[in-house]
Design a protein around this ligand. Structure first.
Ligand code: SAM
Length: 354
């Protein structure tokens, strides 16, 4: 049997989001289920793996938020999709310098991949951390959710609108074991849901993160119950284009997403305007969406780099600034990556956003 058949049901066809879900997360077979994809030896690299300064800035931001909220004695920090655990590791390193903050904090990691969860447990052994599959365990105190490249890893749906009729993108496995996409006319109720969003109204080709919004709904419920917020860092756009943003990477190079199924990453660009509308429709406040460059600079990444580089030799300094460039340069991650902060509490918190 050709191994690709294992990603398909008996009918050999399924909507694109279900196909991507199987390719990434199917038990024992999916890409994230089998291996750690992140880092030099993996297929892609993320900001926390590029420089510890990224996580340090988020740690500083979180401590400032805690102060802004009146230093609550019970403060929950939840990282969504923590990958190798690097961001959490480097944040805790900073938190340890602030004992009263540390004493007030509970740390939760929300991870889908059993393989990455094991790796996180190794990399964070000895730390006071709870791994969770849902948010029921967080019962009291304020809560802040953090996610770097979490949302882009959740499969999206794709639709085409022709003469007010809606067609969904499907994929089919042929007798030759080649995968092809096609469109299938579907129930127009889906069109009504999508057309509620102003940012999608004019588009004839639509990317809709149905599963991602379902995840956000649960997070929003927790934020409303306890007060707090959610910060997402991801690569994405403000104005949706009329084309597919799905992309696949293998060995740090572009890959055709219909090849190497289960052995290559598949992601999509995040529609930040849609996230903003979604949060606001659910009665959360949202600051202006900013770029990663803007956020990190406002929190003080350059100043911090200057201070720590004073004790470094030339080689170490060059390495530090090269990594900083990757995070901040508009042609690298600086502009394409955006930051959104949605929250429920009285007084706005603007650090990083103005
Ligand atoms: C692209 S990686 C980013 C990892 C890490 N945040 C970083 O920046 O290096 C996506 C992460 O989200 C996790 N993930 C994806 N969907 C998830 C879900 N629905 N629930 C929990 N974790 C999920 C993946 O297993 C992985 O840890």
């Amino acid at each position: 049997m050709n191994p690709v058949t294992k990603f398909f049901p008996k009918s050999n066809s399924l909507p694109i989001d279900k196909f991507v879900y199987n390719a990434l997360y199917k038990k024992n077979l999916g890409y994230y289920a089998k291996k750690n994809p992140i880092g030099k030896k993996g297929d892609f690299i993320t900001a926390p793996e590029i420089s510890f300064l990224f996580s340090e800035m988020i740690a500083v931001w979180v401590i400032s938020l805690w102060e802004h909220l009146g230093k609550p004695k019970d403060f929950n920090i939840v990282e969504l999709g923590p990958g190798t655990g690097k961001m959490c590791f480097n944040m805790i390193r900073v938190f340890k310098k602030f004992p009263s903050f540390l004493a007030s904090c509970n740390f939760f990691l929300y991870e889908k991949s059993p393989t990455l969860k094991k790796l996180q447990q190794i990399n964070l052994s000895g730390e006071r951390i709870n791994w969770i599959n849902n948010f029921d365990k967080i019962k009291s105190g304020k809560v802040i959710f953090l996610g770097n490249e979490f949302f882009d890893a959740i499969p999206i749906k794709q639709f085409k609108i022709i003469k007010n009729k809606i067609y969904e993108k499907y994929v089919k496995l042929g007798n030759d074991y080649k995968i092809k996409s096609f469109y299938k006319k579907i129930n127009s109720n889906e069109l009504k849901v999508i057309k509620k969003y102003n940012c999608l109204k004019k588009n004839k080709f639509i990317e809709y993160p149905k599963e991602g919004l379902r995840e956000l709904k649960i997070i929003i419920r927790k934020i409303k119950q306890l007060d707090g917020g959610l910060v997402l860092f991801d690569y994405g756009f403000l104005n949706p284009k009329n084309n597919s943003s799905l992309q696949s990477l293998k060995d740090h190079k572009k890959n055709n997403m219909f090849t190497n199924v289960g052995n290559a990453d598949i992601t999509s660009l995040v529609n930040f305007s849609l996230l903003k509308e979604y949060f606001e429709n659910n009665n959360l406040k949202v600051n202006d969406i900013v770029t990663q460059e803007f956020f990190l600079k406002r929190v003080g990444i350059l100043k911090r780099a200057e201070i720590i580089s004073k004790k470094m030799n030339f080689r170490e300094k060059s390495n530090l600034y090269l990594r900083l460039q990757r995070l901040l340069n508009p042609k690298q991650m600086g502009q394409l990556f955006k930051v959104i902060f949605a929250f429920k509490f009285k007084k706005n918190f603007l650090l990083g956003f103005n």
